[in-house]
Ligand binder design. Structure first.
Ligand code: IMP
Ligand code: MG
Length: 426
């Protein structure tokens, strides 16, 4: 992906998340100097296989598994400090040294236990199917100008005062939502006091760090979380996450200008999945959905929930290509389709009998579109050993060609398994 005029690459999900960004980031990060996460928080679950070992990272960028790569959490992230510290310890325990190569933005907002209580309480009223990690309430506080940022820990007295005030406020909201649980002010003060000495040595001006790396000619990878259809502006609102998952969010959330970005790589599965509620036009019937779920091991990396499964939706991917400005695609989990005799692909929608290529703003309207399918021939041969395009069966190549045409975006990578080497560069 990197090259002479390709110094800054963004990787985004172009469906509903879980496209396999973790693995693609891991592969590209091998040649990156700096990897930056720019939005979301511990709602993400990036599964990366290194040798025989599987790592699931929620908060720390997946690039961390390359010992020569520096990693940064940008200002756009809502940081769950306890998850982050746990992951730091786990990485150390499993022999991945992160000393001196992991930093966090002093502008990132903290996700505190009261955010998780609020998230769970609001789920009882409005069933979005969130991950329960406090993401929505933390972004609400950020936009509402009552968030607590990592850099606020520098003035510990003021931070303690703020957290008492915010905990009391959260408790008033919990009472209003008619739930029993309350957040403890004392526990929050103790947490903030415990966090300050652990977090402060890691803090930097992340935008500055990223800028300095670019100016020094280094290779920078901006690592997205979730997917375009979960973007708070462009996704299936209100069934979305609370951040801008699309490529524009990468500039804001990493603290650089949009002109610094050279490549926008959209990751798609060779089929479609979604976890949580909201419309999914190409959702398969129960038996075929179950088949895809079993073949693809489609269970959430963060919550363990079974993912809803269906067919590749070209309307969604064309839309994602447009709102992200995708320059390339990476297609993952092609091997999951290896045993199927026939593979439906949605080429367009019909709305009230008329053809449509729109992703409507209204989630209910998207729930009512009628997908138009084209059925492609399966290859019914294993592809996990393929390392070059020529190693793939002709039907698999035809399938990829069709996805590329429908998405109107060239495919740069095809992933055929979870291991690092199971990838085809095109
Ligand atoms: P939240 O981000 O926890 O608020 O959840 C909002 C919606 O986004 C729910 O439908 C979640 O299932 C979904 N979501 C959040 N993070 C991820 C992810 O990393 N992968 C897939 N879905 C996600
Ligand atoms: Mg995931």
């Amino acid at each position: 992906m990197f090259g002479p005029k390709r110094q800054c690459v963004v990787v985004v999900g172009a469906q509903w998340g879980d496209e396999g960004k973790g693995k693609i980031v891991d592969v590209i990060a091998e040649r990156a100097d700096l990897v930056v996460r720019y939005q979301g928080g511990a709602n993400a679950g990036h599964t990366v296989v290194k040798g025989d070992e599987e790592f699931i990272l929620h908060q720390i960028p997946s690039g961390i598994l390359h010992e020569g790569t520096r990693c940064l959490i940008g200002n756009g992230v809502v940081l769950d400090p306890e998850t982050m510290l746990r992951e730091m310890e786990e990485l150390a325990a499993r022999g991945v040294s992160i000393d001196g190569r992991f930093r966090i933005s002093d502008r990132a907002h903290l996700v505190l236990p009261y955010h998780k209580l609020l998230d769970q309480a609001s789920e009882r009223q409005q069933k979005i199917g969130t991950t329960g990690r406090g993401i929505g309430p933390a972004y609400e506080d950020k936009i509402g100008r009552r968030g607590i940022r990592v850099g606020d820990l520098r003035n510990i007295d003021r931070a303690c005062h703020l957290v008492v005030e915010r905990t009391a406020r959260a408790n008033r909201v919990l009472a209003m939502l008619e739930v029993e649980e309350r957040a403890s002010e004392a526990e929050h003060v103790a947490l903030v006091e415990r966090l300050a000495p652990r977090l402060l040595p890691l803090t930097v001006d992340a935008g500055r760090t990223t800028w300095d790396a670019l100016r020094a000619g280094q290779r920078v990878l901006l690592e997205g979380a979730q997917g375009a259809l979960l973007d708070v502006d462009h996704g299936t609102y209100p069934y979305v996450t609370s951040s801008n998952t699309t490529a524009g969010g990468a500039a804001v959330g990493a603290g650089i200008g949009p002109t610094a970005i050279d490549v926008v790589l959209g990751v798609v599965k060779a089929y479609t999945t979604r976890v949580g509620n909201g419309p999914l036009p190409t959702e398969a019937d129960e038996a075929r959905g179950e088949q895809l779920r079993t073949l693809g091991a489609e269970f959430g990396a963060t919550t363990g929930r079974p993912r809803r499964c269906g067919w590749f939706d070209a309307v969604v991917v064309r839309y994602a290509a447009r709102v992200n400005g995708l320059t390339h695609l990476a297609v993952t989990k092609l091997d999951v389709l290896d045993t199927l005799a026939e593979i439906p692909v949605c080429t367009g929608y019909r709305v009230g009998g008329a053809p449509s290529d729109d992703v409507p703003a209204d989630a209910d309207a998207l729930g009512c579109v009628e997908p138009v399918y084209e059925v492609l021939e399966g290859w019914q041969r294993p592809t996990q050993g393929a390392r070059r395009l020529a190693d793939l069966p002709p039907q698999a190549r035809a399938y990829l060609d069709r996805l590329q045409d429908l998405a109107e975006t060239p495919i740069a990578y095809v992933s055929v398994g979870t291991r690092r080497d199971q990838i085809i560069g095109m």
